[in-house]
Design a protein around this ligand. Structure first.
Ligand code: ATP
Length: 266
């Protein structure tokens, strides 16, 4: 079982403040997930079922995991992490058993978010999958159908390849809402740079605007890597040159050198 199951939010710190760009996407996520978890009685009152499953899809490193953890933290829900490839590596029958355990734990610790990363690795179209995949998908379908409509457990699936998912999983009452988490544009990148340089002593010659313009094809994970590399460059300079710690800043040259070392994923 996942070591971090049921820790509130999985990571006590991540909040919406840590997500750059993705404003519209976050609004949708909040409506679909936060509302049913925090105010299930609204759905009862209006007479509609709360969503049980939401699919986040898009390229790696764009913030899908970040969003799931942030929502869990914001609504004080427990966070239960399932990795598709990991669960598929189990011995015969253990994959299904582990899925059942995670869902049971989530129900006990509700409100809860079950985050299913790389869900396509278990839930490809059943026709082209092997026997194990078929059984695991069947188990997942039955567990999701078994969640009651109260909405206090929501499953967030993440995938890079939404088209390869078993259509049965995308039907009503399962993952019937989908949100694309795409590659950020320059404005999004700028906001992501703001997040990842928030704690840095930036020198005056650093322009996040300019950085955002020169990082076409960067996803959030790339921006994070670049900012870390720039910080490392500043550290190295400091250790080589000495000086007062209070004067240590991360400069434009540190970022330019980092830019040359980090390639865009997209
Ligand atoms: P994967 O499909 O590989 O699981 P993912 O979409 O779940 O990718 P995350 O794990 O959320 O990606 O992102 C990886 C790291 O990249 C984050 O921990 C964060 O540092 C950074 N990152 C990604 N997207 C953003 C974003 N929108 N804002 C700020 N940081 C981001």
């Amino acid at each position: 079982e996942s070591a971090e199951a049921a820790e509130g939010g999985g990571d006590g710190r991540i909040s919406y403040e840590d997500i750059g760009g993705l404003d519209d996407e976050l609004d949708m996520v909040r409506e679909m997930i936060e509302l049913p978890l925090s105010e299930p009685e609204l759905f009862r009152q209006v007479g509609i079922d709360a969503p049980k499953g939401v699919l986040l899809y898009g390229p790696p490193g764009t913030g899908k995991t970040l969003i799931a953890r942030a929502v869990a933290n914001e609504v004080d829900a427990s966070f239960h992490n399932i990795s598709g490839p990991e669960i598929m590596s189990k011995y015969k029958g253990e994959s299904e058993e582990q899925l059942r355990e995670v869902f049971e734990k989530a129900r006990e610790d509700s409100p809860a978010i079950v985050f299913f990363d790389e869900i396509d690795s278990v839930a490809g179209k059943r026709d082209d999958s092997g026997d194990v995949e078929n059984r695991v998908v069947a188990q997942l379908l039955s567990l999701m159908d078994g969640l009651d409509a109260r909405g206090d457990v929501v499953v967030i699936g993440a995938t890079n390849r939404v088209d390869s998912l078993d259509p049965a999983l995308r039907r009503g009452g399962r993952f019937d809402r989908e949100i694309e988490i795409g590659v950020p544009d320059a404005i999004g990148r700028r906001e992501i740079f703001e997040v990842h340089t928030r704690g840095m002593p930036l020198s005056d010659d650093v322009s996040l605007e300019r950085l955002a313009e020169h990082t076409y094809g960067f996803v959030g994970a790339d921006v994070h890597a670049l900012a870390t590399e720039a910080g490392m460059n500043a550290l190295r300079r400091f250790r080589d040159d000495g000086g007062s710690l209070a004067d240590l800043t991360v400069t434009r040259a540190d970022f330019d050198a980092a830019r040359a070392a980090v390639d865009p994923s997209a």
